[in-house]
Design a protein around this ligand. Structure first.
Ligand code: SF4
Length: 462
């Protein structure tokens, strides 16, 4: 199923679309205010982009440096070429320690590798401890946003879910009450867990340390109580030096939720006393992206979600319509790199307005890459014939002034005369949610020409 078909399911509920759109726009506005309050914001973005580009250009060296330093600090480093190897590695570690219950903080990588179902099928209980993640886990849904996983859910729906699974009062939808109930439920899970699994926001090559950012402190809880900590990271999480960290920490929270800093930034340098720290470094298609210079910048992403919050298509079509672990503009260029056949429609889920590029804290040229992917997918023969034909015709019309003007004239004359059933039917997907604007009698070009003539006549009369 392509993006537009799935988006059609979401936009059936107009009220939800409006509310989803507004909720994300609110975050985008907060982000703008925060960015404007930092005079050196553009410098920070530039420095971050350069640090990431430099790291990717010397990735093998930095990976080795990180492994050496992390091992020196007492961590055990594992390498996984793909999702299967990642899941097997995590499972083997858990099995060797006789783990039955795991608490997990937010990690898009483990989502990407489908770790939860893998472990659950082997008899291990996995509880997501980020509140939004726990909500979607109880609802048996994937996250719809990388920072706000349950942003598509209304508080009434969450109340119903909690009533069913956490036995809260029926009909309760007060966010404070629901949050406190979830906290009580999670506290129990933290206390009983045998191991904590986390993602990684930044891995520092120079020190071998890890940094994990959360707003709920759940990564700290999940790693302080159980003796075993497994940190799963894609290799793009590396940064070279500890002093680079400040640049990214200043950008991340401001871009993500419009906060000056994430509430908890936990630093891990080796295992805690008496505990074990395992770090699983995953490729899973990333080295293929690294080999393509035109798409390499994608790997600079720090998963702040700002491109989603600003994207007019994402805000109005919902995260699930992308059917991808990472939705929105960044997901639309990451996913086709991993599976072009499945995700061929995603680069078209964009108006190419460039707003994503404007907000990206690491300056990924998202809308250019979306365009480049469209070309790539056409070359790979993955775009349906009907779409290719339409684009060819439209391209030809745009290239020929006489055809453009003639088509405009014809459309302006004929469309207002057509009955509604001809204009709004199941073949006109565009018209499903929208009304055509009233057609003017003349084109802008015609009006401009007329005024020019009138203007010169008036000047001549003077
Ligand atoms: S592409 Fe940029 S804006 Fe989008 S999630 Fe990644 S870092 Fe944030």
């Amino acid at each position: 199923m392509d993006h537009s078909t799935r988006a059609a399911q979401f936009i059936r509920n107009e009220a939800r679309v409006h509310w989803h759109d507004q909720a994300l726009w609110y975050v985008r506005v907060k982000r703008d205010k925060m960015a404007q309050s930092v005079p050196e914001w553009e410098n920070l973005r530039e420095i971050a982009a350069q640090i990431k580009a430099h790291t990717m250009s010397r990735l093998p060296d930095y990976l080795e440096m990180f492994e050496e330093n992390a091992t020196r600090l007492g961590a055990k480093v594992h390498w996984a070429v793909d999702a299967r190897e990642h899941n097997e590695t995590v499972y083997q570690i858990l099995k060797n320690h006789g783990v039955q219950r795991v608490v997990k903080s937010k990690s898009m990588l483990t989502e990407e590798c489908h770790l939860n179902p893998f472990l659950e099928a082997r008899g291990i209980e996995v509880v997501d401890t980020d509140l939004g993640e726990r909500i979607v886990q109880l609802a048996q849904e994937p996250p719809s946003h990388i920072v706000l996983p349950a942003i598509h859910k209304k508080k009434e729906e969450i109340g119903e879910l909690f009533h069913r699974y956490l036995h809260t009062e029926k009909g309760a939808s007060d966010p404070t009450y629901l949050t406190e109930s979830a906290r009580g439920h999670l506290r129990e899970k933290f206390l009983k867990a045998d191991a904590g699994i986390t993602g990684v926001n930044f891995a520092i090559a120079e020190t071998g340390g890890l940094v994990i950012c959360t707003n709920e402190g759940n990564a700290d809880m999940g790693t302080s109580l159980p003796p075993l900590h497994i940190a799963c990271m894609g290799f793009e999480k590396l940064i070279p030096r500890a002093r680079d960290l400040g640049v990214f920490l200043r950008l991340l929270a401001r871009s993500a939720t419009g906060q000056p800093i994430t509430t908890y930034s936990a630093h891990f340098h080796g295992p805690r006393p008496g505990g074990e720290l395992h770090i699983v470094i995953v490729d899973n298609g990333r080295s293929q992206i690294l080999q393509k210079p035109e798409f390499r910048r994608t790997l600079s992403c720090i998963r702040c979600g700002a491109c989603m919050n600003t994207c007019p298509v994402y805000r109005r079509s919902g995260g699930h319509s992308y059917d991808s672990v990472v939705p929105g503009p960044i997901g639309s260029i990451l996913s086709p790199a991993q599976d072009p056949q499945r995700y061929y429609s995603l680069p078209f889920a964009s108006s190419l307005c460039g707003s994503c590029t404007d907000v990206c804290p690491v300056k990924i040229d998202l809308h250019h890459q979306l365009l480049a992917w469209r070309k790539e997918l056409v070359l790979q023969g993955l775009i349906p014939f009907s779409k290719r034909l339409t684009m060819k015709v439209v391209g030809w019309v745009f290239q020929n002034t006489w055809a453009y003007e003639g088509t405009g004239r014809l459309v302006r004359w004929i469309v207002p005369k057509l009955p509604r059933s001809v204009l709004y039917n199941r073949w006109n997907v565009w018209g499903k949610q929208r009304e055509l604007p009233p057609f003017p009698k003349e084109s802008f070009r015609e009006m401009y020409r007329k005024r020019k003539v009138q203007g010169s006549e008036a000047r001549n009369r003077k």
